[in-house]
Each structure stands twice: as C-alpha cells, then as structure tokens.
Design a protein around this ligand. Structure first.
Ligand code: IPE
Ligand code: IPE
Ligand code: MG
Length: 225
C-alpha cells in the first residue's frame, strides 16, 4: 500500500458548471467552494498531511475583470468565514505563488491567515494563488544566484514556494481536460496523475476516495523495477 503525504488538485470546470446549471460562470466558482470544503474534510479523515489547491494561476489574469474580482471576493469571504474552522481543525494555511501583485487588502488578509494558523500541525493547505510553475522556478534560480550557492536538485527544490513540502504523491485534475496548466511542473516528476471527467463542483468525497484507493494499489517504480 502506497502511503499518501501530499495531494495536489487542479480544481477545473467551475465556469462550465456555472454556465450549464445557472447560466453564469461565477455561480460555478461559488459552487466550487462547497467541493473545497468536502475535500478538506476528507483529506483530514484520510490523515493526509499536505493538500495543494490550484486557486488562481499567473495566466488567469487574462480573464474578464468581473470574473477576477468575483474570484477574489470569494477568496476574501472564504478566509474571513473559515479561519476559525481552520484553526479549530489544526489546519495550517500557506500561500504559494506571487502575492505581491495582489491588492493590499488581500495581502493583509492572507498574511494574517497564514500567521494565525502557522503553528497548526494536522494538515497544511497550500493555496496556489497567482501561482505559475515557470515563475516559481525562475524565482528559485534567482535566489540561488543571489546566495551564490551551487545549482543542484536540493537547492532548486528548497528555494521553490513549496520548500519543506514533500512532492505530491497524487495530482488530480477535474474538468475533463488533460493538461497541467503551469502547475507544479518540477514537483510532479514522479507524481501519479488522475484526470477526472467531472467538473469541480460535481467532484465529491466518494470520487476522491476512489482515486485514493486506486493510488494505494499502484506499483510505483521511481525508475527502478
Ligand atoms: C477553475 O475553473 C477555477 C479557476 C481557474 C479559478 P474554470 O473557471 O477554469 O472553469 P472552466 O474550465 O472554464 O469550466
Ligand atoms: C487551471 O485552470 C488553473 C486553476 C484551476 C486555478 P485553467 O482553466 O486556468 O486552465 P486552462 O486555461 O484551461 O489550461
Ligand atoms: Mg478551466
């Protein structure tokens, strides 16, 4: 049985779900939050230590301002209303991505949420926000250059946003699309990838458990036999 330390998820399909069910994309983003809560709860039940959620990519700025503003208002609301739930459940929140481009108000809220949960131990949730894997790698290499240390696997890894986080065992992408969209490209070198047909708001604990059980029985080689 393969142990699971870290699950990463590309939560895709909100917009399509919204258009299909409520005639607008933003309704899908709102519905997607219900799935987020379900999956957090199940992650705790499964005793998985790290959960990384792709929340907003460096490319998502190409979307209409109305949608971007709605996404950030949902994030704000989520942090304000759920911070006590996260604290109570011993969950640590960490932002991965470039915070500097976000509004002052959001940066403050994110910093406070990270601070308030920093000593929590049961589960670490990495929210990938204004996250792009290529940007993360460039940033890591710049730090290595500044520190004047050797370029090797260990130093590249430990200067990524995900320093101190084990590489994901499982990557799930919902929404019936088979691509990585600039997510954790370095970290998923040996991750098992699951492409799920369901749109993110339709994805539930049962679908998640099915993937976990399938993963547990896989033969992972890491290049060996
Ligand atoms: C993913 O859902 C959520 C974000 C990118 C924030 P989408 O909004 O990409 O939904 P689809 O893929 O357009 O259906
Ligand atoms: C990836 O989904 C980003 C998030 C889920 C936050 P996208 O919907 O942005 O990806 P593409 O554009 O279809 O590749
Ligand atoms: Mg999408």
């Amino acid at each position: 049985m393969n142990p699971i330390k870290h699950v990463a998820i590309i939560m895709d399909g909100n917009g399509r779900w919204g258009l299909k069910n409520k005639k607008n994309r933003n309704a899908g983003h709102k519905a997607g939050l219900v799935s987020v809560e379900k999956i957090i709860k199940e992650t705790i039940i499964q005793k998985i230590k790290f959960l990384t959620l792709y929340t907003f990519s460096t490319e998502n700025w190409k979307r209409p301002a109305k949608e971007i503003n709605f996404l950030f208002s949902l994030l704000e609301n989520f942090l304000l209303t759920k911070i006590n739930m996260l604290t109570k459940n011993n969950i640590k929140l960490k932002i991965i991505g470039d915070k500097t481009q976000l509004s002052k108000k959001i940066i403050k809220l994110l910093n406070n949420s990270e601070k308030q949960t920093s000593s929590n131990k049961k589960l670490q949730i990495n929210l990938a926000l204004n996250y792009g894997s290529k940007n993360e790698l460039i940033n890591s290499i710049k730090i290595i250059k500044r520190k004047n240390i050797v370029i090797n696997e260990k130093n590249i890894s430990s200067n990524l946003f995900t320093a101190n986080v084990p590489d994901p065992d499982i990557l799930i992408r919902t929404g019936n699309t088979k691509r990585l969209s600039n997510f954790l490209l370095w970290q998923i070198a040996y991750t098992e990838i699951f492409f799920e047909k369901k749109l993110w708001p339709d994805f539930n604990e049962k679908d998640y458990r099915k993937i976990i059980n399938e993963f547990k029985n896989l033969k992972r080689n890491f290049g060996g036999v």
